[in-house]
Write a protein that binds this ligand. Structure first.
Ligand SMILES: O=P(O)(O)OC[C@H]1O[C@H](OP(=O)(O)OP(=O)(O)O)[C@H](O)[C@@H]1O
Ligand code: HPA
Ligand SMILES: [Mg+2]
Length: 187
């Protein structure tokens, strides 16, 4: 059993917020909705690195449509200290989105800074339409209005990890979404 191993990442988890089963239920629900909504469109699904990789992998398999996939990596600065907040592209798309229908896939929408920036970027590149799918949303933390089309679960204002989401680059490989024990942050 994982708990008996000194190096188990599960020892650091205080609480499971969204179980693997709940995640897969959301994947199926959102996959079906996207399949209905994007039928006949030229669809490109864009995962936002790194956090979205796990949800992206499962979600695309639940969408029964022809599609292209691509990834972007962005980093945001000063979300907690400055209200202006700046977003920088670290890795851009390798395909063109002009005239295509874009589905942006995120793990979590927190302040909304990342996605308000990315939707503007997509619009400036002449997409036909842009929609957003996120596994999690924390509406209580929102600083920028974001129109999120597909949401897995709403979570309270707690720092979550797992299923792609990190704390200090770790815990992305937990198979569920959870909250860490306070002592983990104090290490
Ligand atoms: O709504 P926001 O306040 O902008 O926060 C949400 C973003 O922050 C996290 O990514 P992060 O930039 O930490 O990088 P990562 O995905 O590589 O972990 C998360 O994966 C979202 O992309
Ligand atoms: O709750 C979170 N956990 C990890 N990374 C995050 N980025 C925004 N919100 C979170
Ligand atoms: Mg991210």
């Amino acid at each position: 059993m994982a708990e008996t191993r000194v190096d188990s990442i599960e020892r650091d988890v205080a609480e499971v917020l969204v179980s693997k089963e709940e995640i897969m239920a959301a994947v199926e629900r959102i996959g079906k909705a996207v399949t209905e909504d994007f039928r006949g469109e030229s669809l490109i699904v864009i995962g936002i690195l790194k956090g979205a990789f796990a949800f992206m992998a499962d979600l695309i398999q639940a969408i029964d449509l022809p599609m292209e996939i691509d990834f972007m990596d962005v980093s945001s600065y000063g979300t907690s200290t400055t209200s202006s907040g700046e977003v920088r592209i670290l890795k851009d798309l390798s395909t063109t989105v002009e005239g295509k229908s874009v589905l942006i896939v995120e793990d979590i929408v927190d302040t909304g800074l990342t996605l308000s920036y990315l939707t503007k970027v997509m619009e400036s590149r002449g997409v036909k339409k842009v929609a957003i799918a996120t596994l999690l949303t924390k509406p209580s933390r929102r600083e920028r209005a974001v129109n999120v089309d597909y949401v897995g679960y709403e979570v309270a204002d707690k720092f979550v990890v797992g299923y792609g989401i990190d704390f200090a680059e770790k815990y992305r490989n937990l198979p569920y979404v959870g909250v860490l024990k306070p002592e983990v942050y104090e290490k």
